[in-house]
Design a protein around this ligand. Structure first.
Ligand code: F6P
Length: 750
């Protein structure tokens, strides 16, 4: 209503002023039109009676003149007629000739017309000379016209004009207000959606409000740090907003990360020291967070040149090009590595948690090393912590016992543990001989995160089955001894925009480079796979899917190649050696079956690739195959999407990778169904460009919004809320303790 008034009143006022200003002009115009009309009529009358009047005046036929004048003045506009002598005497006049009105003088303009304003109203006098035979001056014929009708019409026209303008103005105002309200309502809705759940539905921002939403998000980010999860969802998360969150919600918090894999490895190659960034989803995810927040990252120093690149406290400032945090390397003996890393973690927990039908192996000696190494890392946390309440981010299945160990020594610490792999159901988990210890160790955490709700529920069911503790399923918490642990899904992600994208050549150049580097013809379509040689990744199954494609659609023979890069990993373990051998054998077999002199269907490159190389590959590809048999998340899928700033390329993604919950616009496949996977590859290769773009755009929005800063922010916000709640509980406890003491001693405390 207010908007209507705001709009209508000024418009009406403006139109009123316009009507008021225009009225005299309109009146004047109308008067002039009608006068010209009357003058023409007078002239017509004169011409039609000129001869008759001249004759009658010459013959002094007074009666006939009177009759003629009477006849002509029957026309309502002609008021009167009269004849004047050359010296201005009125000799004849019709009945309505105004009293006291004599002969009009001839106007100085020389024109025959003049307007006279009499008491009875305005008249127009038209004076025409009467010439007799041989040009004798007989006087003048005067025709008087009543002009009052012109005044009446001109004032009516002014009133009509005002009414028309008012109606027009009102109409325009009503239509404008309605259109404005509808448009505004649409915008408000779009802005609200954009601000509250950005791209939750995968929708692109509407162009009219997109810039506004982006601006508002930026302002929110710049001005303030979100105070709750609801607010957290509304902003675009970046290193700055994450830093702001730490500063405001966890003031003074010291950040410590614990992981087995270090973010930077120094290796000796001949007499050179080479820096390597490992092929690890965990590192990909955590490194940008540490760059943003600073702190200390404690990890196993696994590189051959690691010991010579640290200071005497085993510290190293990283990233080497722009140090932002400290890497604290911890050294493990071969026996420790064998028992803790290769043994318990990778022969026990890894196959236990991934359902790929590789039998877990549990050895007591491995367990002993696992316990010892967890203790060693816990000691390092205590040694590195400068405050009693650091935020400790514990990573992965290598450290199931560490949270409890740290909790016992730093009861005030906020311990956030993230389990990067799936959690099995209680049936499967019960295989582990140390299942109770594992659960109790993890429940030393303040927060325990998994990628999916499904894995959280599996964990809660396992706790329910094997531990005596209080489970609150509604709030998803477990209370064991004195600690309450929040168990929640936090799907991990990557930095956005990814660092490796900066400096990438344009797509066309990436395509040329990769094709040239691998001897592929420019016309060959390219599928890529990027993995560690892990049996969970389904590499050989993917090769079989290529074979199935070529069997069922022979048209692709010679026209598509799968370039699979795979970094050897955990190669001391036979299951891993077998995975690599199997993949190489299957690739050879398929190449022998279909390959020609200048083309092979599968190109297998078994070496580590740095992130820049991987991104160039992604950008060069027509499709990316991520066919994990089981995977917590799989960040390769998200990296492929992030690399495609041209909004092209198709992702074929396993339904058993956590990423398939978020990247629903990928072609989702069951990696055990080789035929279906072959069909999906065919579908990807045949997909029209606009469909590829629509799918990729939605996936990019999803990854961009739910980036790694958002992942960390959600956990830190939950941690901050828990800290605040603990403070309140403490205060209540102090007050009630005080009351109890007061009651005993008879004191009163307030
Ligand atoms: O998926 C679990 C995980 O720890 C990832 O975070 C990481 O990508 C991978 O395993 C690396 O394994 P590793 O450090 O043993 O090479």
């Amino acid at each position: 209503m207010r908007m209507a008034f705001r709009f209508v009143l000024p418009l009406l006022a403006l139109l009123g002023v316009m009507a008021w200003g225009a009225a005299p002009f309109v009146g004047d115009l109308i008067e002039r039109w009608f006068r010209a009309d009357v003058e023409m009529r007078a002239q017509l009358v004169f011409h039609s009676i000129q001869d008759s009047v001249t004759g009658l005046v010459e013959s002094k036929a007074d009666r006939k003149i009177t009759q003629l004048f009477k006849r002509i003045t029957q026309d309502e506009r002609v008021l009167a007629l009269g004849v004047c002598t050359p010296d201005g005497q009125l000799t004849h006049q019709s009945a309505a000739w105004p009293k006291q009105y004599g002969c009009p003088t001839v106007p100085a303009t020389g024109k025959p017309f003049a307007v006279e304003h009499l008491e009875s109203g305005s008249i127009l006098s038209a004076t025409f000379p009467l010439a007799g035979a041989e040009g004798a001056d007989l006087g003048r014929l005067v025709i008087l016209h009543d002009l009052r009708f012109i005044e009446r019409r001109s004032s009516s026209a002014e009133i009509y004009l005002a009414i028309c303008l008012a109606i027009l103005g009102l109409g325009v105002a009503i239509v404008t207000v309605l259109v404005a309200r509808l448009t505004l309502r649409g915008w408000v809705r779009a802005v609200r959606q954009g601000m509250s759940a950005p791209d939750q539905n995968g929708k692109v921002l509407p162009p009219e409000v997109g810039p506004l939403i982006r601006e508002m998000r930026k302002m929110l980010r710049d001005l303030d740090v979100p105070r709750s999860l609801t607010e957290a969802i509304r902003i675009e998360w970046s290193p700055d907003s994450l830093r702001g969150l730490l500063r405001d919600e966890l003031p003074g918090a010291e950040v410590l990360v614990v992981s087995n894999r270090e973010p930077y490895i120094h290796n000796r190659e001949g007499d050179q020291i080479v820096l390597q960034r490992p092929a690890s989803g965990l590192v990909t995810a955590l490194e940008p967070i540490m760059r943003a927040c600073g702190g200390t990252w404690i990890a196993h120093g696994s590189g051959s040149a690691d010991p010579v690149t640290v200071d005497r406290n085993d510290h190293l400032a990283v990233p080497p090009e722009a140090p932002a945090y400290t890497l604290r390397r911890l050294w493990l003996s071969d026996a420790e590595q064998d028992g803790y890393y290769y043994g318990f973690a990778n022969e026990g927990m890894w196959p236990l948690c991934h359902i790929v039908f590789v039998r877990p192996t549990f050895r007591a000696s491995d367990w002993a090393q696992y316990v010892a190494v967890n203790r060693k890392f816990a000691d390092a946390v205590i040694a590195e912590a400068k405050t009693p309440n650091p935020v400790v981010l514990v990573q992965d299945y290598h450290f199931a016992l560490l949270p409890r160990m740290v909790r016992e020594r730093l009861p005030e610490a906020t311990i956030i543990t993230f389990w990067h792999i799936p959690w099995p159901n209680p049936e499967v988990f019960s295989i582990c001989p140390w299942r109770e210890e594992i659960l109790a160790g993890l429940l030393g955490s303040s927060i325990l995160g998994f990628h999916t709700q499904f894995h959280c529920l599996n964990f809660l069911d396992s706790v329910d089955r094997f531990l005596e503790c209080q489970i609150d399923r509604e709030h998803s918490t477990v209370r064991a001894s004195t600690t309450t642990t929040l168990v929640r899904p936090y799907p991990i992600s990557i930095e956005w925009p990814p660092r490796a994208l900066a400096g990438q050549p344009p797509i066309e150049e990436c395509r040329d480079r990769v094709r040239r580097a691998h001897g592929l013809s420019p016309s060959v379509r390219l599928a890529v796979g990027v993995e560690r040689f892990d049996y969970t990744k389904g590499i050989a199954d993917r090769f079989r899917a290529m074979e199935s494609l070529l069997d069922s659609h022979p048209g692709w023979i010679g026209r598509v190649t799968l370039l699979q890069v795979a970094a050897p990993t955990r190669s001391r373990l036979s299951a891993y050696k077998d995975t690599q051998t199997e993949a190489e054998t299957v690739a050879r077999e398929i190449n022998a079956r279909f390959g020609t002199e200048d083309w092979v269907p599968i190109l297998l490159v078994s070496r580590h690739h740095e992130p820049d190389e991987v991104f160039t590959l992604f950008r060069a590809a027509d499709l990316c195959l991520v066919s994990s048999l089981h995977d917590g998340m799989n960040l390769v899928a998200k990296e492929f999407v992030a690399a495609r700033d041209d909004e092209d390329g198709v992702l074929v993604l396993s339904t058993f990778a956590g990423a398939s919950r978020e990247l629903q616009e990928a072609l989702i496949v069951n990696p055990y169904d080789i035929g279906a996977m072959g069909k999906a590859i065919h579908q990807a290769l045949s997909m029209p460009a606009d469909q590829r773009r629509d799918r990729m755009r939605l996936m990019r929005e999803m990854v961009g919004e739910n980036n790694i800063y958002f992942w960390a922010a959600r956990m830190l916000l939950d941690a901050a809320r828990m800290r605040k709640r603990r403070h309140i509980e403490r205060r209540i406890a102090v007050v009630s303790q005080g009351k109890a003491t007061g009651a005993k001693t008879g004191e009163r405390r307030w």
